[in-house]
Every structure is written in structure tokens, then in C-alpha cells.
Unconditional design. Structure first.
Length: 246
């Protein structure tokens, strides 16, 4: 008997080129009462792991949300073609002294794939390529289930309108990825922008589109400021402020 041909689902799965993860961290306030030398050693070990893994993954960036969201201080944007990289990086970070003082209030997983609403003549492999904008807005997204019972043409029309509106905001880059079956949400929208207010104006405009009618969930929303891992960790105990003052 000849070997069976790959199914359509398997072929599509093979085309998924990247896993994308957002992992959020919150430091225990008690950590700030440790001796400065102990805090510095913990941050140094954590930073060394992130910096080493940044050379092994397609993308690994650190964002500061300290003082903005009460449940998180910073997050990692992780992009890799190998799922086990996420597990191994997690284990490496857990081995640092700082990890004993960190909780992970949120962690999201998604993958890349071409949009089904893209013109077939122009369809290409979905891929996340960050452009190093100063801010990243990210949140989990779920559509109302009746959306999937609309005809493809109805959904395509709504998404085309959505894309036309989004395309008018040229300072914003969309990096939406897909989470069906591998995490609680359906999508992980992520938008690089030059100014957080730019994204606010985009979302206000999108509220008036047909696609917005079918939103079930689009929170919590995080607006992270891009920084080196060392600069972001320095914010945790105000070391950056003390260094500037000194």
C-alpha cells in the first residue's frame, strides 16, 4: 500500500513558520527591600539569559509596562520557529535568582499563518518581522461565535473594510497571529506604533466598522515601551532613576 498523501490540514500546519509568545512578569515588592548587591546580581543573571537567547531566536524583545498596568512590570515578545525554544528559555529564566521573586500573571501563545481573507494572487507566508517601533500594543482577541457562521463573502467584506481603515494609519504596523486550539484566545493582535495615542485613534475608528460588531473579547490591553532588557530591569527597583540622579 502506498503512503497516504498529507491532508490539507497537515499541509497548512507545515506552512506555519513562527511561534509568537508574550510573557508578562510582575516582581514581588519585597524584592525591592533586598540588599542592592543581591538585586543587581539577580537582574544581571536574568539579563544574561535574555541576551544569550536573543541570538538564538528570530525575535526576543523586552517591553516596560511598570507603572501602567498594576498586574505586570514588563513583558517579553518572543518569536521563534521552534516551539521548544519557548520552553527552554522559560527553564533558563526560572534558573535565575530573580525568577524567585517574579510571577507570570499573563502568558499568551500564537502562531503565524497567511490570512484567509488575503487576495490569493498576493497571498504569502505570514511572518512577524518587528520594525523596532518604540511602543507595542498587544492583547488577546476572541470573536463572537456566530461570526464563523456568516458566509465567507460576508466575512471577507467586513475584513476588507477593516483593512482599508487600518491602512490609513501609516505609523502603525499590525502583527496579528493565531491561537486557535493552542491557547484560550483566538488571535493575538500586536501593533507597533510611534505613539500610544496613534493606536487609540485607530481603535476609535475601527469601532465604526462592521467587523467590530463581532468582537467578543479584546482585553486586557498592554502598551509596552521597548527597551534593552537591562534598562527594563533597572526600572524594577528604580536603579535607572538613581543612576540618572547620581
Amino acid at each position: 500500500m502506498s503512503a497516504s498523501k498529507p491532508t490539507v490540514e497537515r499541509i497548512e500546519s507545515a506552512q506555519v513558520g513562527q511561534y509568537v509568545s508574550y510573557r508578562f512578569f510582575k516582581v514581588d515588592p519585597a524584592w525591592r527591600r533586598l540588599p542592592v548587591e543581591e538585586r543587581e546580581a539577580g537582574k544581571e543573571a536574568f539579563a544574561e539569559v535574555v541576551e544569550e537567547w536573543a541570538t538564538r531566536m528570530q525575535g526576543l524583545r523586552t517591553y516596560n509596562v511598570s507603572g501602567i498596568r498594576p498586574e505586570a512590570d514588563f513583558f517579553l515578545w518572543q518569536i521563534t520557529e521552534r516551539y521548544d525554544d519557548l520552553l527552554e528559555l522559560g527553564a533558563a529564566l526560572n534558573g535565575t535568582p530573580l525568577a524567585g521573586w517574579l510571577t507570570t500573571p499573563y502568558s499568551y501563545l500564537a502562531t503565524t499563518k497567511p490570512s484567509v481573507y488575503t487576495d490569493k494572487k498576493r497571498i504569502r507566508q505570514g511572518k512577524v518581522i518587528p520594525r523596532e517601533a518604540p511602543y507595542l500594543v498587544v492583547y488577546p482577541f476572541v470573536k463572537k461565535r456566530p461570526w464563523y457562521f456568516l458566509s465567507f463573502e460576508e466575512r471577507a467584506d467586513a475584513m476588507r473594510e477593516h483593512a482599508v481603515v487600518g491602512g490609513k494609519f501609516v505609523t502603525i504596523t499590525n502583527h496579528t497571529t493565531y491561537s486557535f486550539g493552542i491557547d484560550d484566545q483566538e488571535f493575538m493582535p500586536a501593533f507597533e506604533c510611534e505613539e500610544p495615542a496613534d493606536f487609540m485613534h485607530l481603535m476609535m475608528t475601527l469601532r465604526e466598522t462592521e467587523a467590530s460588531r463581532w468582537t467578543e473579547q479584546d482585553t486586557p490591553i498592554f502598551v509596552g515601551a521597548l527597551g534593552s532588557v537591562r534598562s527594563v530591569l533597572a526600572v524594577l527597583d528604580g536603579a535607572a532613576v538613581h543612576a540618572t540622579a547620581g
